[in-house]
Structure formats: structure tokens, C-alpha cells
Write a protein that binds this ligand. Sequence first.
Ligand SMILES: *Cc1c(COP(=O)(O)O)cnc(C)c1O
Length: 377
Amino acid sequence: MKKWFLFAPGPTPVPPEASLAMAMPILHHRTSDFEAIFEEVREGLKYVFQTSKDVIVLASSGTGAMEAAVVNTLSPGDKAVVVRGGKFGERWAEICESYGIVTIPIDVEWGCAVDVDDVKKVLDKHPDAKALLWQASETSTGVKHPTKELAELCKERGILSIVDGITAIGVFDVRTEEWGIDVVVSGSQKAFMLPPGLAFITLSDRAWEATKKSKSPKYYFDLAKELKNQQKNQTAYTPAVSLIIGLRETLRMIKNEGLENVFKRHAILAEASREAMKAIGLELFSKVPSEAVTAVKVPEGIDGGKIPKILRENYGVIIAGGQSQLKGKIFRISHMGYVNKFDMLSVIGAIEGVLKELGYKFELGAAVKKAQEILWR
Ligand SMILES: *Cc1c(COP(=O)(O)O)cnc(C)c1O
């Protein structure tokens, strides 16, 4: 018998409440029934994004919202500074370059968070830069960048702060409005506990002003057009109706738990996961770990590619390996979204099992024990 356990940093597990809601017969979207659902969803998104501004819902993966952020606020020839410390930082740069935006990368060693002073220096050298783009949580390396400080810096300099919050929103505290962040994006298959297919984006007043000047080509991702529709609880094009119905359920769950408690849960699960790995002699990859995902170095002498492979094939446990240059060098455990204490004991126990199989020397049970001590502290 194979039972699946999903601990990948997207897609993440979907709660049965959402699955059942999504299994209902499809609704037509040009109806008052849909509008009532969408109205509730739009309010719920504002709560999770910690903003009073509209959060626009798009039918795309998270990258679509990243593209929307760029093409609506910047123009070809504009200069943008990009924090590039992993796969998703690279993606910001690639999107900007695709649209003729002059990209100034700040290359950060993978596993490290960007240094705010380094960003200051780059902005001093490029006073004409229009925007700074970064990841609140760089999922490929498990790193948390200093979002509050970077947002403040952008405000001081009068440039747009554009944040990929895809594995941050609903995981840890990102105060979109209070911190004055101009653009925040996220996606459904991470902390929103849904299948892939929805992307979210919210803009400050300053960012909406910038959209008026943006000359980048766009059609589906024209946010001004989308906003007009969404303020009437409609969408410009056919919405991903079923996912929006599922989203109503997961937003209710987040609201019921309370955002503060959601953050606390992620923090303790992340801590348990980190300390468990250290308890069996493993080293963490990230110097400033994100609460979304724990990146762990593969120990010397172990074939790193085999860890996720055996976990999946023999145990039905899905974790992620490393991407690009980190392939075979790290593995990543997600504790984002619909995850609780008992789930953590499963994945940690499974990792102990596979390490034992691969001949790594450690005391069986030590990681699970450490996790229990933290989870039931
Ligand atoms: C998952 C993820 C994305 C978006 O990826 P999609 O596959 O387009 O949904 C972007 N940034 C980060 C940090 C992510 O974790």
C-alpha cells in the first residue's frame, strides 16, 4: 500500500474542506453566486496580505504574478535592481530582461541573505533605478531576506519595492501596507493550501501610479483592466472558478486560526525541523532560514539525489532536492500550509529511515525525539 505524504515547497497538501468544495458542480462566473464568493475571497486575501488595498486574483502560476508585477510598473529601458540569491531571484532578473528592463543584479551567495548595506551601495551607484526586486523567502535555498529593512530603504530612496512573497505570505509576518511595500505577489499552491493555478498580486497607491506610466507590452496581465472588473467582484476573463471556491475555504481556515497563530505554527514547525536535522549531525544550508522550508546539506559520502528518490519511491514521502547548482547537495523539507506537528514527525521519521538505508551513521530516533521536545515544549 502506498500512502502519499507531500512535503514539497509547492504544491503543498490541500485540506479536505477545500477539495470537497472544489468537487461541487462548476458555477457559472457571470452570476451573483460567483460574485458573492469572490467578494468574500477578496476580503480574505486582504487579511492574509495585511493590506487594505485590492489583491488581484489571476489564473496562472505564481510566475504570472511576477511577470504582471514587472510589466505593469516598469517600462523598457527602465533600470531595476534585483537581489539574485537563488532560482527565484534569477527568475526576477530573467523576467525583467525579457521585457527590455535594464537589470542590475546583486549576486548573493546561495544560502545567504542579502546584506542591506550592499543594497544601499548598489542603489547609490544607480540613483536612476526605478525598483528593487527580491524574494521575501527564496525557496530554492531556504533563505529569508530582510524584507522590512529593504522596503524601508526603497521608501527612503523613492523607488518601488517589488516582493516575491510566494512562500512568505501566510507563512511569516509580511506587513504589506504597514511596511510600505509597493508590490507583493503570491500563488495558490504554497501557504494558501490549494492546487496550483491561482496567482495573487497587490499594489500600493504608488505602484498604481507607476502603472499609468508603464509602457511594457501586456494583455492578459493588464492589472488596471483587471482591477476595474475585480472591484465589481468579477474578472476580465474567465476565472479559475473551482480554485476560487477552494480558496474561500482555505481563507476561512486561515481566518479561524488567526494569522498570528498561523505564523507561530510555521515558526515552531520550522524550528523543530531544523533542530531535528542538527540532532543527527546534519548541517543546515541556509544561514537565515525561512519558516517555509528547511534546506539541509546532504552529508558527506551520501548520494544526495537518492534521498528524495527513495523517500518517494519506497515511502510515498515527497520532499524536494536541490535545484541547479544545488542538485544532489541539499534536500528541502517544506512545512508550509496544511501541516501540523504530527506531519513533522512523519517526515522527520522518514528522513531518518532513508538515511539509515543509505548507511549514514547516527542514533535512530534522535531527530524525531528532538522534534518532539520542541513541538511539545
Ligand atoms: C513557487 C515559487 C514561485 C512561483 O513558481 P510557479 O511555479 O510559477 O508557481 C516563485 N517564487 C518563489 C519564491 C516560489 O517559491
